[in-house]
Design a protein around this ligand. Structure first.
Ligand code: WQD
Length: 339
């Protein structure tokens, strides 16, 4: 197993996965339409690893092109990261999200089937659990009511791949449920580069820290949590990337459809993030407590035991490292990858 295709491989998660795969001796092919990413990220991954990446600029909706790439590059497994992921935007533009994420995945799976490439690692999300009945969350928890079209696309894509396996047991499907990826490679050369105003907490915090935004809006402090603010399982993006490598390393022993939480098993509140960021980076983060954000849940953190037992993966980085690395990326790249 050497040649791995990453759809969306120029993005925040994809570029970190590409780097770790290269460091582990795999050949990496990236297929990305660059709608929400920059080729600069791949150029930097090549500099950091002193290895090369084959890049194809393409859309997952283009089944014929995907088939051509799968065949020409003799791809053995696909890591499917390409998707639109802005929760708020998905509520405003559901048809765009269902078309891009669902039809794009159907197109990819069809091309893979035709090319006889039947190993897929899917970038899923803790959002598929909806509002969990309790925490920590294990993989046998039922999927829940998603609170936005983005979340539903992840849930539906999991179902599509599960049904595909049921129809043809020669497929191997690994559904990696990401909790909250933050941080950046220790070099500060690759990281999260959201377009426009960030939806997610960490890029918003780092943009406040660098002075691009005046203050952080804290969405609610009246949740049933230790300090009233939302609790999440933040995971270092490098740990997350290494979880993908471990999934590929162990594909031969995985059977059928495997659901795996990629998380630390620890929950931190919004105020924990603010206080720890200020402590490790020596920067004050101005914030205002405001009303809850529609669709948010109080608590989400995982039990990460299955990843350890099944693929020998455990997150290594703690919150302080995540926040130091987030800041180094933002400080060195005030405008992201924009030249
Ligand atoms: C985290 C916490 C907010 C922004 C979503 C997706 C998930 C994944 C990550 C897509 C919550 C609070 C946030 C802000 C705030 N994939 N917050 N002010 O909502 O847990 O997960 O993004 O990217 O699939 O569902 O992540 O970072 O938006 O929020 O107070 O400006 O921070 O209320 O408690 P979330 P988040």
């Amino acid at each position: 197993m050497k040649n791995i295709l990453i759809t969306g491989g120029a993005g925040f998660i994809g570029s970190h996965v590409a780097l770790e795969l290269l460091e582990s001796g795999y050949n990496v092919v990236v297929y990305d339409n660059l709608v929400n990413s920059s080729k600069e990220s791949l150029k930097r991954v090549e500099e950091l690893t002193d290895k090369s990446i084959k890049f194809y600029e393409g859309d997952c909706l283009d089944e014929d092109y995907l088939l051509e790439v799968l065949k020409n590059e003799e791809i053995e497994a696909v890591i499917h990261c390409a998707a639109l992921k802005a929760v708020g935007e998905s509520v405003k533009k559901p048809l765009m999200y269902y078309h891009n994420n669902i039809t794009g995945t159907l197109s990819l799976l069809s091309a893979m089937d035709k090319a006889n490439v039947k190993n897929i690692i899917f970038s899923s999300s803790a959002t598929v659990y909806g509002k969990p009945k309790s925490v920590p969350i294990t993989e046998d928890f039922p999927k829940g009511e998603c609170t936005n079209p983005y979340g539903w696309t992840k849930s539906m894509m999991e179902q599509i791949m599960t049904d595909l396996y049921t129809s043809d047991n020669s497929w191997k499907v690994v559904l990696l449920r990401y909790f909250n990826p933050i941080g950046a490679h220790k070099s500060g050369r690759i990281g999260e580069d959201p377009k426009g105003i960030p939806n997610n907490l960490l890029p918003y915090v780092t943009q406040v820290a660098i002075g691009k935004l005046p203050y952080l809006h804290v969405y609610g402090n009246d949740y049933d949590t230790k300090d009233g603010t939302g609790v999440r399982d933040y995971i270092h993006v490098v740990d997350l990337a290494k979880g993908h490598v471990k999934a590929i390393d162990n594909l031969s022993k995985l059977n059928g459809v495997e659901v795996i939480n990629l998380a630390t098993g620890k929950g931190y509140s919004v105020l924990d993030i603010i206080n720890t960021f200020e402590k490790v980076n020596g920067i004050k983060i101005n914030y205002k407590i405001e009303a809850r954000r529609d669709g948010d849940i109080a608590q989400s953190y995982a039990d990460a035991t299955k990843a350890k037992e099944l693929i020998g993966w455990v997150a290594q980085n703690g919150l302080e490292k995540m926040l130091e690395d987030s800041w180094r990326w933002q400080k060195n790249n005030p405008n992201g990858y924009e030249q």
